[in-house]
Design a protein. Structure first.
Length: 279
């Protein structure tokens, strides 16, 4: 089993540890992941920015013209995660104000040409100046130029959260199996339920540790029940994730474990039927 990559869908072995019922969850048959996807979490540390960066990279690797939009004003770090700090010179407030075009502001990834980043303002004034109508107009333009847009919302439920979710087509809620993260996810879903149908809300459980799940007698089903959302994917805890994020290195270039989980999620977003990884 030393060669196991955790992806049961590509394995023909009759593994004694395999439990197909444990993590093979079907997507809601009525659900459809659309073009502009807000990625949110009720608290920090759930892996939200990792999700945005790595699913964006995976979509680009699948040939989809993808824009990652950082909506975490003043605390942006999606540019660091994607290794585009020196290229992201303009932000979305510059596009909204007419100081530059969307194509000029969006930084292109040097290795994955289908991946682009539109970063957030560093000054809080940039956030205060952006209205819901202006964000809607920006995203209407994004829909015309890109196949997918992933919006990295700030943790919590403040103004950045409202801007990110107000004009999105659907929302992915990132949580962990931690009790406080699940409670925050529930609160987030309660707010989103007022504006989105259940067919437009999805759950991703991140940083999953097999030993922790056993110790807490917790399951992925518990997380799904707590959030009340269909499951889009499960991402295992992986020490290579912070390493890649801190250095701006694409995780898929150095790792096959968590990177495969993000790739599977990207394939589900594009309509493929992909079983969940066994953690």
């Amino acid at each position: 089993m030393s060669s196991c990559n955790g992806n049961c869908s590509e394995c023909g072995s009759d593994c004694a540890d395999r439990k197909p019922e444990s993590l093979l969850a079907e997507l809601n048959p009525n659900a459809s992941v659309k073009k502009v996807i807000a990625v949110v979490s009720g608290k920090g540390g759930t892996g939200k920015t990792s999700f945005t960066a790595n699913v964006g990279l995976a979509l680009a690797a699948l040939g989809k013209n993808t824009l990652c939009l950082d909506c975490d004003i003043t605390l942006r770090n999606l540019d660091l995660a994607l290794g585009l700090t020196d290229k992201a010179l303009m932000d979305f407030s510059d596009v909204i104000a007419g100081r530059c075009s969307l194509s000029d502001a969006a930084a292109d990834h040097p290795k994955y040409p289908k991946l682009h980043l539109l970063t957030a303002p560093l000054s809080p004034q940039g956030q205060l100046d952006v209205t819901d109508d202006q964000m809607r107009q920006l995203l209407d333009q994004v829909r015309q130029e890109y196949d997918y847009c992933l919006i990295d919302a700030p943790a919590g439920l403040g103004q950045g959260f409202r801007l990110a979710t107000g004009c999105a087509d659907c929302v992915v809620v990132i949580t962990t199996t931690d009790a406080s993260a699940l409670r925050d996810a529930q609160h987030t879903v309660m707010l989103l339920d007022k504006r989105f149908t259940t067919e437009s809300l999805f759950l991703v459980v991140g940083r999953v540790q097999k030993k922790l799940l056993r110790a807490l007698h917790s399951t992925i089903d518990d997380a799904m029940d707590a959030a009340g959302l269909p499951l889009l994917g499960v991402v295992p805890e992986d020490s290579d994730v912070p390493y890649a994020l801190n250095r701006g290195i694409p995780l898929r270039d150095i790792n096959y474990y968590a990177a495969r989980a993000y790739e599977n999620i990207a394939r589900r977003i594009t309509g493929h039927q992909v079983p969940l990884m066994r953690i």
